[in-house]
Design a binder for this molecule. Structure first.
Ligand code: FEO
Length: 174
């Protein structure tokens, strides 16, 4: 049995994860329009990954007989000044998600809700990995600047990473 405050905050996170999925879908569309097919595939894989994050929370609520409350998902559309800007906005977004997860961990500890606390560890680790991955991509993009050949190679590499991510996404959820 989850406390009402925890149920409410997990539902808020569920909405944030669906927003993340929507945000990445919008980035995928923008990257494809700009001719970056690899980045578009990477953002699309992230879109799928974020949907899985949302569904992890959904399953957790259901398994605890807590009400799932699905709210409206905010408009994710934004302006992107190029590939570097897309990834910089991604990092900014993920840092916000990390903050929200940390708040949720604090709430679980305050409520002495050990099950939720342990469950959230997966999200804490995931956020660390996500921020590190995006920071690495930003560093590479800064190195190549506006050089077309460099951008082409990074885009190609992102396509390979997306293929690996899609394979992992096809595996059964742990
Ligand atoms: Fe599931 Fe990166 O937020």
């Amino acid at each position: 049995m989850l406390k009402p405050t925890i149920t409410e905050q997990i539902n808020a996170q569920l909405n944030r994860e669906f927003f993340s999925a929507y945000f990445y879908l919008s980035l995928s569309a923008a990257a494809e329009s700009a001719g970056f097919k690899g980045a578009a595939a990477w953002f699309m894989a992230k879109h799928r990954e974020e949907n899985q994050h949302a569904m992890k929370l959904y399953r957790y609520l259901q398994d605890h007989d807590a009400a799932v409350v699905l709210g409206a998902i905010a408009d994710p559309s934004g302006e992107y000044a190029g590939l570097l800007d897309m990834f910089e906005q991604t990092l900014q977004h993920e840092r916000g998600v990390t903050e929200a997860i940390n708040d949720l961990v604090d709430a679980a500890l305050t409520a002495r809700d050990h099950a939720t606390h342990i469950f959230l560890h997966w999200f804490v680790t995931e956020q660390t990995e996500e921020e590190a991955t995006v920071s690495d991509i930003i560093a590479q993009l800064k190195l190549v600047g506006e050089r077309g050949e460099g951008l082409y190679l990074i885009d190609k590499e992102l396509a390979d990473v997306a293929a690996t991510m899609n394979q992992a996404l096809a595996a059964p959820v742990a």
